[in-house]
Design a binder for this molecule. Structure first.
Ligand code: HEC
Ligand code: HEC
Length: 359
C-alpha cells in the first residue's frame, strides 16, 4: 500500500519531466518508422499481364540501392582509363543497347558480341547470349573485368569507390557498410531490375485489350507472328516475347561463335543462342548475337528463306509445308515488330543519367 502511495507521489511531483520524456520517445520512434518507410520502399510498377519479378531475398529493392546503382551504372570511373561506363554500351535511347555490331570498350578495343538490351531483366533467369550467367549480380563482374570492356580489377574498382566520400556515404545509406565487391554488384543489379517496360502498342492491344490500338497491317502482322505459318511465337512467347530457351535458327552452316556450346560442351548446343526479347526491337539494331543482320526486314526475310542448314537447326525455322510470305506479309510482320516499341520506357527520366551526377 505504502509503495503504491509513494509511486503516486513520485508521478505527481515529476509529471512534467515524464510527459516531456515520453513525447521525445514517441517522436523519435514514429519519426524513425515514417522515415524508414519513405526512404526505403521501392515497388516495381507491375505491367498488366506480368507475373511477379525475380528479386533475391538478400537484395530487396530500396530507393537508396536503386539510386546508388544508377549512379554506378553511368560512372566512367569504374573503367580502367575512366572513359567507359555501363551506359556507354547500354544507352537508354537504344533500349539500353547500342547501334554498333560490336561495342567499343576501353582503348578502342571491340568485343565479340552484339550488346544486349537491358529491359525487363527482373523476369529473366539466365543472362548473356549463351545464358552463361545465372544472376544479375554476377553479371556485373564480367563487363568490369573484361579487357575488351571496362578492364578494371574488382579490387581497384572498390578502392576507387572507397576513396570517394559521396560513394562511401551512399553505400552506407543503401547497405549499411562501406563499398565492397558484394554491395557494388548488388547496387547495380538493383538499378537494372527497375528497367521495366510494359506500355508499348502491343501491351495496349494484347494485354489491355484495346482493339483500336492497331491498324490493319499491324493486326495482320500480329496474326502472322502468332500463327503456325511463321512459327515466331513458338520461341518468342510470354510477356517478353522469349521462352527463355536456347535455339539454333540457322544463321550459319558453320558458326564462328558456338554460343551455348561454350557453356555446356554439348554437341547439340552448337550454334544455339538465347531466344532474345523482342521488346523495343526497332531500337536495338543491328540484330543477332553478332549484329550480322542490319534491319528488321532482313531478319524477316532470313526466316522466310528458312535459314542455313545446320544439324541443330530448330524445326520451327523452316517452311516445308507452308508457302513463304509475300512482300506485303513481310511488311506486316515488320510493322508488328514496331508495335513492341515503348517510348515511355525510352524517355523515362528515372532511367537516364542525372545531369548533376559526375560521370
Ligand atoms: C564495351 C561494351 C559493354 C559495356 C561497357 C558493358 N556491357 Fe553489358 N553487354 C555487352 C555485350 C556485348 C553483351 C552480350 C555479351 C555476351 O553475350 O557475351 C552484354 C550483356 C549484358 C547483360 C545481359 C543481358 C541479358 O539479357 O542477358 C547485362 C545484364 C549487362 N550486359 C550489364 C552490364 C553492366 C551492369 C555493365 C557495367 C558494369 C555493362 N553491362 C557494361 C556490352 C557491354
Ligand atoms: C526456333 C526459335 C525461333 C523462332 C521460331 C523464331 N526466332 Fe527469332 N530468334 C531466335 C533466336 C535464338 C535468336 C537469336 C539468334 C542469334 O543471335 O544467333 C532470334 C533473333 C531474332 C531477332 C533479333 C533479336 C536481336 O535482339 O538481335 C528478331 C527481330 C527475331 N528473332 C524475330 C523473329 C520473327 C519475326 C520470327 C518469325 C518469323 C522469329 N523470330 C522466329 C529464335 C527464334
Amino acid at each position: 500500500m505504502l509503495r503504491v502511495i509513494s509511486v503516486i507521489k513520485f508521478l505527481s511531483r515529476n509529471w512534467i519531466k515524464i510527459a516531456i520524456l515520453s513525447s521525445i520517445c514517441i517522436y523519435l520512434f514514429t519519426g524513425s518508422i515514417i522515415n524508414f518507410k519513405k526512404e526505403t520502399a521501392y515497388n516495381i510498377n507491375l505491367p498488366m499481364g506480368f507475373p511477379d519479378p525475380i528479386i533475391p531475398e538478400d537484395n530487396q529493392l530500396t530507393q537508396e540501392r536503386v539510386a546508388l546503382g544508377k549512379m554506378l551504372f553511368y560512372d566512367k570511373m569504374l573503367s580502367q582509363d575512366k572513359t567507359i561506363s555501363c551506359g556507354s554500351c547500354h544507352a537508354p535511347n537504344n533500349s539500353f543497347s547500342d547501334n554498333k555490331d560490336f561495342s567499343f570498350g576501353v582503348n578502342n578495343t571491340t568485343g565479340e558480341r552484339n550488346a544486349m538490351p537491358l529491359i525487363n531483366l527482373a523476369w529473366s533467369n539466365s543472362f548473356l547470349w549463351d545464358g552463361g550467367v545465372p544472376t544479375l549480380e554476377m553479371q556485373v563482374m564480367n563487363p568490369l573485368t573484361n579487357p575488351k570492356e571496362m578492364n578494371i580489377s574488382i579490387s581497384e574498382a572498390v578502392k576507387r569507390l572507397n576513396e570517394n566520400k559521396t560513394y562511401v556515404k551512399l553505400f552506407k545509406k543503401a547497405y549499411g557498410s562501406k563499398p565492397d565487391a558484394n554491395t557494388l554488384f548488388k547496387a547495380i543489379a538493383s538499378f537494372e531490375r527497375t528497367l521495366v517496360s510494359g506500355n508499348s502498342k502491343f501491351d495496349q492491344y494484347y494485354y489491355k485489350k484495346d482493339a483500336m490500338a492497331y491498324n490493319n497491317s499491324e493486326i495482320r502482322g500480329y496474326y502472322l507472328f502468332m500463327g503456325s505459318r511463321a512459327h515466331c511465337s513458338s520461341c518468342h512467347s510470354g510477356v517478353n516475347l522469349t521462352n527463355n530457351t536456347f535455339q539454333n535458327k540457322g544463321l550459319y552452316e558453320d558458326y564462328p561463335d558456338q554460343g551455348r556450346y561454350k557453356i555446356t560442351y554439348l554437341e547439340n548446343d552448337k550454334g544455339k543462342f538465347k531466344v532474345p526479347t523482342l521488346r523495343n526491337i526497332a531500337l536495338t539494331g543491328p540484330y543477332m548475337h553478332d549484329g550480322s543482320i542490319k534491319t528488321l526486314e532482313e531478319v524477316v526475310r532470313h526466316y522466310n528463306n528458312g535459314g542455313k542448314n545446320h544439324p541443330n537447326k530448330s524445326s520451327h525455322v523452316h517452311f516445308p509445308e507452308e508457302p513463304p510470305f509475300n512482300d506485303e506479309e513481310i511488311k506486316d510482320l515488320v510493322n508488328f515488330l514496331h508495335t513492341l516499341t515503348d517510348m515511355e520506357f525510352v524517355n523515362n527520366p528515372a532511367f537516364k543519367p542525372d545531369t548533376s551526377a559526375k560521370n
